[in-house]
Write a protein that binds this ligand. Sequence first.
Ligand SMILES: NC(=O)c1ccc[n+]([C@@H]2O[C@H](COP(=O)([O-])OP(=O)(O)OC[C@H]3O[C@@H](n4cnc5c(N)ncnc54)[C@H](O)[C@@H]3O)[C@@H](O)[C@H]2O)c1
Length: 247
Amino acid sequence: MRGMAVGRFDGMRALVSGGARGIGASTAALLAAEGAQVVMTDVLDDEGRAHAASIGAEYAHLDVADPGAWRAIGDGQRFDLAVLNAGIGARFEDLLDVPDDVITSVLATNATSLLVATREVARCMAGEGGSISVTASIAGLVAHTQSPIYGASKWAAIGWVRSIAPWLEPRGIRINAVCPGLVDTPILGPGGGDRMRAMGLAVLDPSEVAEAHAEVLRSPVTGAAFTVQAGRPVAAFEFAPVPGYQG
Ligand SMILES: NC(=O)c1ccc[n+]([C@@H]2O[C@H](COP(=O)([O-])OP(=O)(O)OC[C@H]3O[C@@H](n4cnc5c(N)ncnc54)[C@H](O)[C@@H]3O)[C@@H](O)[C@H]2O)c1
């Protein structure tokens, strides 16, 4: 029991997308444990409902790639916090064999969804403001040659966060990106984190990314991309200025 303990998010309402498993499940659990009333969403309804029940959250079905579903979930709701986290991977052997639906579904889930979600969540924060944290990736900060379509979607995510932040600031809404390295979740595929560790790669636990989301949600900054890497402190990435840019 928390008793009289003061949670970091006492009294706040939080939306977490992709909350059924992995980073989203950990983040929803942390926010709930820290006093937030959490609405967690996913397309994996059985896992989502079971997890929500175990952490005292509400569950709702929400396909993030469906703009109508975002309008419905936001209708008449008030949110103080949102973690836009749902995402999918995309690997290919040969670019010339990549089907259209892989390209469109990865962009729709990881990138376009954020534009719609930010708009709808901002409506739900109108008046009192709020804080949005997006699960992007280190893949959005480097040339991600292992999975270029995924990399492009995460560059879009970070570009969106940086570009929309000044529009949201006068409304008292902050938006930032959390950019993890490898995290031990089902998105890594069969063998998951163990296979990566066997290759000598450092792998984060989802709880470490959840804690990064919590810190970033409370941070006074906006429009930043925070790297989260094993054995390193969470840090705002320093983007180099573009010589001659007049924007
Ligand atoms: N695991 C990693 O190494 C890693 C690293 C950097 C960033 N990320 C990002 O973290 C986020 C969470 O991924 P994860 O690692 O926890 O993987 P995961 O596969 O365990 O979780 C992703 C969740 O998103 C949900 N989801 C997928 N498509 C959806 C849709 N259209 N609508 C609603 N929900 C949907 C899934 O059902 C799942 O519950 C993703 O955006 C991913 O790109 C993961």
